[in-house]
Design a protein around this ligand. Structure first.
Ligand code: R5P
Length: 301
């Protein structure tokens, strides 16, 4: 049985197709004071492994709770899904977090700050048996749940969405820490080379980026990152690449947060193509993280 947050419906459907597990009929309500109420809609026909017995919902076998936690409301929905699954007797309860918010606050970056990812993870870990997180910004977060937790990579899936014409593209990471993403995408694409920029963040929406050593003259360049948020990293990198003579710049990321004017900012910078997964459901989410998630959870179903 798959239970899913309101912001992860498309990925939940793709996952259900991959693993052959039905989607529960979910309903999303909000009280006048703003409180969220997520529920299995028991007025709908329930899949075979789910039933209402003596007024209680029961789930026979495993339940997969899927919800990205980009916002506080999404996070709450996930906790509610887990509670439904546990109370219904699902065994095991498997939690899938396609995009884990707060993962960039994996430690207290300044004295007096929280390790927000740890606080989130502890809450999520309280009502589940396993956790799977798609490309967490920091792998360290998997240690915070208090139950077995694993990172799943969907970077390779981005290769299927790219429309490149040469067999010598350059896959560039915006900073050295992301070079593994560029190498994974290059390997999945099957040709081309990899390199990275040197990036310094100046503020929330401003970055300083220095070019890589690779000569990009007349080459197709794919910049790959885990997250595009404001788009400042990608837009700044794109401008540098065109200044360096790149033939075209393609942007790819696992998690398309795309806050504020990120989309138009990238297009105005001349980005030819934007490819992302459905860990966050946006117009650019043309590839799916469902297959790697399915492979990771298969043995538990
Ligand atoms: C940060 O280290 C992440 O990997 C991304 O580079 C960052 O979140 C992108 O943010 P923005 O789109 O706002 O530049």
């Amino acid at each position: 049985m798959i239970l899913y947050g309101s912001q992860s419906q498309s990925l939940a459907y793709s996952l259900s197709q991959e693993v052959g597990v039905p989607l529960a009929p979910m309903a999303y309500d909000r009280f006048p004071d703003g409180e969220l109420l997520i529920r299995v809609d028991t007025s709908q026909s329930l899949p075979g492994l789910m039933a209402v017995d003596a007024g209680t919902l029961s789930i026979d076998g495993p339940a997969v709770a899927v919800a990205s936690t980009a916002t506080a409301a999404d996070h709450l929905e996930l906790l509610q899904l887990q509670d439904i699954a546990r109370a219904a007797g699902a065994d095991p309860v498997i939690t899938v977090i396609p995009y884990m918010g707060y993962a960039r606050q994996e430690i207290a970056h300044e004295p007096g700050q929280p390790a927000s990812a740890r606080a989130m993870a502890r809450a999520i870990g309280a009502t589940t048996d396993y956790v799977f997180v798609v490309d967490p910004h920091e792998a360290l977060v998997c240690e915070y749940f208090g139950v077995p937790a694993e990172a799943v990579s969907a970077v390779g899936e981005l290769a299927t969405g790219l429309s490149l014409s040469s067999d010598q593209p350059v896959f560039l990471a915006p900073d050295e820490g992301a070079i593994e993403l560029a190498e994974t995408l290059q390997a999945a694409y099957g040709c081309g080379s990899t390199d990275f920029f040197v990036k310094e963040r100046l503020s929330g929406d401003e970055v300083d980026i220095k070019p890589s050593a690779t000569d990009v003259t007349d080459r197709e360049v794919v910049i790959v990152d885990d997250i595009v948020a404001t788009g400042s990293t990608m837009a700044t990198a794109t401008e540098l690449l065109y200044d360096g003579g790149a033939a075209s710049v393609h942007v790819s990321c696992v998690h398309p947060l795309f806050v504020e004017s990120a989309y138009s900012r990238l297009r105005r910078a001349g980005v030819r193509e934007i490819v992302a997964t459905d860990t966050l459901e946006r117009p650019v989410s043309q590839t799916s993280a469902a297959a790697p998630i399915a492979a990771a959870i298969a043995d538990l179903l």
